[in-house]
Every structure is written in structure tokens, then in C-alpha cells.
Design a protein around this ligand. Structure first.
Ligand SMILES: Nc1nc2c(c(=O)[nH]1)N[C@H]1C(S)=C(S)[C@@H](COP(=O)(O)O)O[C@H]1N2
Ligand SMILES: [Mo]
Length: 327
């Protein structure tokens, strides 16, 4: 299977970063030679090679929840991406900067997984993932997924409307944004040893976006629990935005009145902004967004404004001035 993309598409995200993990490991080698941090090294090196710890291999207790009923409202005129492709070609920098991180991601342990809901809410609380899943109305939605790197897939997500979680959280009227934070555990996720990245991965939406009917928290894919490499146990799916907004491995939902600075925005705001709505007419500073490569041999097709979801979301942006809504 041809997973290697042409040079121009070769991970623009990583091109925005000063180094890569290869360099990181070379630097480690130097550090080891230097001696002073020897104590930290065995675990660090082991994290790159070893089999997942036993806790990471337990069967997923949410397996019996799936498959869930497909919501027919979200129709797609494209073929589904194969499961093998969608679960084998991933962006998840916590586990490395290549697309081939699925084996490394198996180290992640999904239980216990405690989700914190706090900030500007009536009463902050924590909830265990299985209790949260029991409270949320699960359904399946087929969405397009468009990475800022100009590849795309079509995926059947299972999960729940983000609005259901917002309702559960009962935000105060002064809450304007929802900030989502991913797990942080460098022992499990070797990418997080790369200190030039602003870990943990953070993303944000306005509350209007978060309560738009399309905003979805995916907990499964292809009628099964979410694989670790795709962002288990909770990952966002906001299909009208570039894929980097759809953060994985979420542990915290924080309601705030300040616009969150997201992970990629912090690294390179000129290239990865807060809004990041898909628009074929607005190029990335280093490549065109006019077309996209459909993964799995679908060729190149024209990209659509809001990734084809304008009827649901375009009015969210009426009256917003002086902002780059498409970067
Ligand atoms: N925590 C976290 N979430 C993340 C990323 C990441 O590196 N870390 N990558 C993003 C990017 S760039 C994309 S395109 C999608 C990829 O999702 P997929 O691997 O399920 O296709 O996840 C997004 N969510
Ligand atoms: Mo992406």
C-alpha cells in the first residue's frame, strides 16, 4: 500500500516545526554521552521499542456499545475510506511525526480515563469515561475529514453531539469558548518528550461552534470502539474545519471567556489559526488548498468551502470581521 505521499504533501505540519524526532533521538544520544540525565534514559529509550504495557492491552469495556445506529441526516457522496486506511494513516504527534504511529499508540492505557469538566460552569466535575458514555446518546455519523495537508477521508464515526456534553456541563452565560485538552503522559507518548512542542495538545471552539449540530465527539469508528491511534476514548470531529482542530485523547473540557490558543496556532499562527475553516480559495502559505488527495486511491478532487458543510455552519461566521476564518 502506498502510504508515502509526494514531497509537497509531506507533513506540512512538521515542516512548521524546528526539528523532528530523528533529531530528537540524536540529541538524546548526545545527552546520554554527556551523562547527567542517565537516570531518565532507560524508560525513555524503552518507550520507543517496547510492547505495550499490560494495562494497555485490556479489552475495551465499551465494546458492547457498538455498533450504534447511523444518523441518516448526514449524507455523503463519496465512498467510505477503508478501515485499514483510516486506522493506519494517522496524525498523532504525541506518538511521532509520521503517519505510521498506530503500533506506538497501543501503549496508551484507556482505563481509568477520567474526564474533567470545569471552568465557567455551574459546578465543575470529573466523570469516568464509561459513566460519560452511559449518559450520552450514541449514534453513527459519516463525515468527510479534510486534513490541512490536503488529504481527505470519509469515515463512519460513532459518538455523540458535543452539544450533549455542553448541556451536561451547564456552562455559565459568560462562557464564550470551549477549550479541549488532550492527555499528557510522556512515558506513554514519546512525542511528548520533544520539548519544543507546547504539550499537551489543546484545541478550542466558540460555544456557538461547539453547540452546532455538526460538532461531534467521536468515541468509535467503523462500528467499533475508537482505536487508540484515532484518538480513543474521546476525539473531536468538526468536519467543516481542517483536521488538526479535531483533537484526540481528550481529558478535559474547560469553558472559558478567553479564546484558547491551540497547539498548532502556538507553534505557527501564520499557518494554523484558531478558526481553520476549510476553504479551497484560501491557500495555506506554503501550498494550495484548492484540491485534496482522497486517501485510498480516490485521486484528487476539488475541495469544497466548509468542506461541503456550509448549509450547517456558514451562518456561524456572519458578522465576524477582521479575522482570518480560513486559516
Ligand atoms: N492530540 C492530538 N490530536 C490530533 C492530532 C495530534 O497530533 N494530536 N493531529 C490532528 C490532525 S493534524 C489530524 S488530520 C487528525 C487526524 O485524525 P485521524 O488520524 O483519525 O485521521 O487528528 C488531529 N488531532
Ligand atoms: Mo491534519
Amino acid at each position: 500500500m502506498l502510504l508515502k505521499s509526494p514531497k509537497g504533501w509531506e507533513l506540512p505540519d512538521s515542516a512548521a516545526t524546528p526539528e523532528n524526532f530523528f533529531h530528537d533521538r540524536r540529541r538524546l544520544a548526545k545527552l546520554i554521552a554527556a551523562g547527567p540525565v542517565l537516570a531518565a534514559m532507560p524508560a525513555l529509550l524503552a518507550s520507543c521499542e517496547e510492547a505495550p504495557p499490560r494495562t494497555a492491552q485490556l479489552p475495551d469495556p465499551s465494546a458492547s456499545l457498538y455498533p450504534v445506529k447511523r444518523n441518516p441526516r448526514y449524507v455523503i457522496d463519496r465512498k467510505l475510506t477503508t478501515e485499514a486506511m483510516a486506522t493506519g494513516y494517522n496524525n498523532y504527534y504525541e506518538f511521532g511525526s509520521s503517519k505510521n504511529i498506530s503500533a506506538k499508540a497501543q501503549r496508551l492505557s484507556l482505563r481509568p480515563w477520567i474526564v474533567k469538566i470545569d471552568g465557567l460552569v455551574e459546578k465543575p466535575f470529573e466523570i469516568a469515561i464509561d459513566d460519560l458514555l452511559a449518559k450520552m446518546p450514541l449514534e453513527e455519523r459519516v463525515y468527510r475529514h479534510r486534513c490541512v495537508e490536503a488529504w481527505s477521508m470519509t469515515v463512519p464515526w460513532s459518538g455523540f453531539a458535543l452539544k450533549s456534553l455542553v448541556d451536561l456541563a451547564r456552562p455559565l452565560s459568560k462562557a464564550r469558548y470551549l477549550k479541549m485538552t488532550s492527555f499528557q503522559d510522556p512515558e506513554t507518548a514519546p512525542g511528548q518528550k520533544a520539548s519544543w512542542y507546547p504539550w499537551p495538545y489543546v484545541e478550542g471552539l466558540t460555544l456557538a461552534e461547539a453547540t452546532n449540530e455538526l460538532a461531534f465527539i467521536a468515541t468509535g469508528i467503523y462500528g467499533k470502539p475508537m482505536p487508540k491511534q484515532n484518538g480513543a476514548p474521546l476525539r473531536l470531529a468538526v468536519p467543516w474545519k481542517y483536521g488538526f482542530k479535531s483533537t484526540k485523547g481528550i481529558v478535559r473540557f474547560e469553558f472559558t471567556d478567553k479564546r484558547p490558543v491551540s497547539f498548532w496556532e502556538e507553534i505557527q499562527a501564520r499557518e494554523y489559526g484558531f478558526w481553520a475553516n476549510v476553504n479551497p480559495a484560501v491557500s495555506h502559505p506554503r501550498w494550495s488548498q484548492a484540491t485534496e488527495r482522497v486517501l485510498g486511491g480516490g485521486g484528487r478532487v476539488p475541495t469544497q468551502i466548509y468542506n461541503g458543510y456550509g448549509e450547517f455552519v456558514a451562518d456561524l461566521y456572519d458578522g465576524i470581521k477582521g479575522e482570518n476564518l480560513f486559516m
